[in-house]
Design a binder for this molecule. Sequence first.
Ligand code: KIV
Length: 360
Amino acid sequence: MRGIARLVVTRFIVTVHGWPVHDTSPLDEPPFPRYNTSSIQDDAEQALSGHAGGALEDKMSITPIGRRLPDDSRQKITTASLQERKLRHEPITCLTAYDYATARLVDESAIDMVLVGDSLAQTMLGYDNTLSVTMDEMLHHAKAVRRGVKNALLLADMPYGSYQADPTEAIRNATRFVKEGGAEVVKIEGGEKRTDLIRRIIDAEIPLAGHIGLTPQSVNVMGGYKVQGKDLGAIEQLMRDAVALDRAGVACLFLEGIPREVAAMSTAEVGTPTIGIGAGPECDGQVLVFHDIVNLTFGPPAKFVRRYGDAAALITHAVQAFRADVKSHQYPSDEESYHLPRETRAALETVLERKRAMRR
Ligand code: KIV
């Protein structure tokens, strides 16, 4: 049966979109007498005429892309909703996501904000830090996340180099995140020195998130990833930064890697919602990197990371089980294989028998 199928089935490969594409590569060496494949196919087609049309199981796809169930019970989160949450002292939740599948899972878990963070430089692309990730790389991921997010507020990080040099270029790049990436808010790093730029971006009708404290794009200036705001001078600067960004009109303010006390003071001082990461529990909301909470980061976690699952263990187990099944001929089973319809198989046997008789 394996041999028959190899001979008569026009070979197809399946692209990632699930569309069959004719494979022009030569057939593998058949394990039995050589036939003229094209005439066999002609004969088979004749023998099968009247039996055209594939069974349902012929429909192939890599995996079904599920349709979302209509769910009107959840409200779309907007920048106004964040503000309301702050006033009501209702904690705001935010996670990073960098691809369609994760974005869907995060969104469907009712997380308020999804951030396409430039941390994707490390988590998705394997860079050492966030400095080398480009606009095009960020946009590529933002678009995928956009397709997976329905209710959450979608934010995207402007990468290093896309907003520091020239305000006009910064607005152009911010606009690309909205137009091409579908982001509802863009985020830039830096304190009071960014206020003019922030006003200009908001003037271009683009809501903006600030990010102060440990700002990873300044890793070389900071001399490493260090907790910021630890002495009185640094605390004063952080407070000035928070207030300046608030006055400039940021939609929310990310506080990263600062002492709990300083984050609490900033949160009380500003009207905009603060979203903390390594900044203690008094912030209006909390953000973590998705890969951190599911153990996909290949290293010891930072102090503030709480692991909620072990995707590394789960994936490794699944991959090793697949490998073992293939190696031991346990996969695929007959139930996991496609079959010819009974009449087709009978017709095919007739053709092959005729061929064998002619050769005798
Ligand atoms: O890039 C990122 O993931 C971030 C957050 C963690 C705040 O900026």
